[in-house]
Design a protein around this ligand. Structure first.
Ligand SMILES: C[S@@+](CC[C@H](N)C(=O)[O-])C[C@H]1O[C@@H](n2cnc3c(N)ncnc32)[C@H](O)[C@@H]1O
Length: 298
């Protein structure tokens, strides 16, 4: 019989405990117990051993930060306001811009749309007003945002909670978007999501991804703010060079179509909208992020 003091138990991790391995190679976990002056041992059930919970994976950490950020907003604001702030505010203007970008890359009134990181459904506002007739599925990691969107929009707009990496749907879509989502994610997770999106797109389908790149005045401003707030920040702003994003998309199996930033990213806007800072969006507008368009192989 051989004695050990720490064992690795699958599903439990490294456990500090007295244990023996008998001659037949069987491991028995022991708990030392004093009875009078004589130490005795008893076999403990593996399940009965208390242990600290395993550390969060990076994805769990990021997802939880989002959930807690939304919880904080809900505590501080009326629900409608909290749900708008949770996705960055200026709901009507951004909704109009996002749908205008989708139109610019091929959205038709009957396109089936996959919206990864849909938040509280900001983009759907405009789709509803336009009477969009195609299917819509939005996926987000924050249950409170998904629940709000389900209550707010007609049932034909469907919203699901995801794990942040998996696109779990058997449906196929014509167009997928990730607006202000890759702007918060590590490259590896962007790649994994891209693979899932590719599988969910019809042959020749389109993916549009907005992103932040350094060296563009509007984006550099976001970087400055990120640096200023980094010591206390719980959300992460991810900047990516356009060549790297293109590479990630191509590695995932997409074909690169085009990239737009600054003036080239301006899209025509139907109607007039007011940004939260009071300025007016009319005629044409820009999202404040670059966007890249990919195509699924035909
Ligand atoms: C800035 S908001 C943008 C929401 C929406 N796309 C829009 O433009 O209104 C970013 C959203 O991405 C979601 N998110 C973050 N990481 C995600 C992930 N890995 N998968 C899906 N959604 C994610 C957040 O919960 C949040 O709702």
């Amino acid at each position: 019989m051989c004695c050990v003091t720490s064992v690795y138990v699958v599903g439990h991790g490294l456990i500090e405990a007295d244990a023996t391995i008998d001659d037949g190679g069987m491991l028995k976990l022991m708990k030392r117990r004093r009875s009078g002056a004589r130490p005795t041992v008893e076999v403990a059930e593996v399940e009965a051993i208390e242990e600290t919970p395993p550390a969060l994976t990076l994805m769990e950490f990021l997802n939880r930060a989002y959930v807690e950020h939304v919880d904080d907003l809900v505590r501080a604001h009326p629900l409608e306001k909290a749900m708008d702030l949770a996705v960055g505010g200026s709901g009507d203007a951004v909704s109009a811009l996002e749908v205008a970008i989708l139109r610019a890359v091929g959205l038709t009134p009957t396109s089936d749309v996959l919206d990864v990181g849909c938040g509280s459904g900001r983009m759907v506002r405009r789709l509803v007003e336009d009477g969009h007739a195609g299917a819509y599925l939005g996926i987000d990691v924050v249950p409170a945002l998904v629940e709000y969107a389900r209550q707010k929009y007609p049932d034909c707009y469907r919203f699901e909670v995801g794990d942040g990496l998996t696109i779990s749907t058997e449906e196929r879509f014509d167009i997928a978007c990730m607006f202000s989502v890759a702007t918060h994610l590590p490259f590896e997770s962007i790649f994994i999501i891209f693979e899932g999106v590719l599988a969910a797109l019809r042959p020749g389908g389109t993916l549009v991804v907005s992103f932040l790149e350094l060296g563009i005045p509007g984006h550099d401003h976001v970087f400055d703010v990120s640096v200023d707030t980094f010591r206390t920040a719980r959300a992460h702003n991810q900047f990516v060079h356009r060549d790297d994003l293109r590479h990630i998309g191509e590695l995932a199996g997409f074909g690169f179509v085009r990239v737009a930033s600054e003036a080239e990213s301006a899209v025509p806007i139907d109607g007039m909208f007011v940004w939260d800072d009071g300025s007016v969006l009319e005629g044409e507008g820009m999202l404040g992020q670059s966007w890249m368009v990919f195509a699924a192989p035909s």
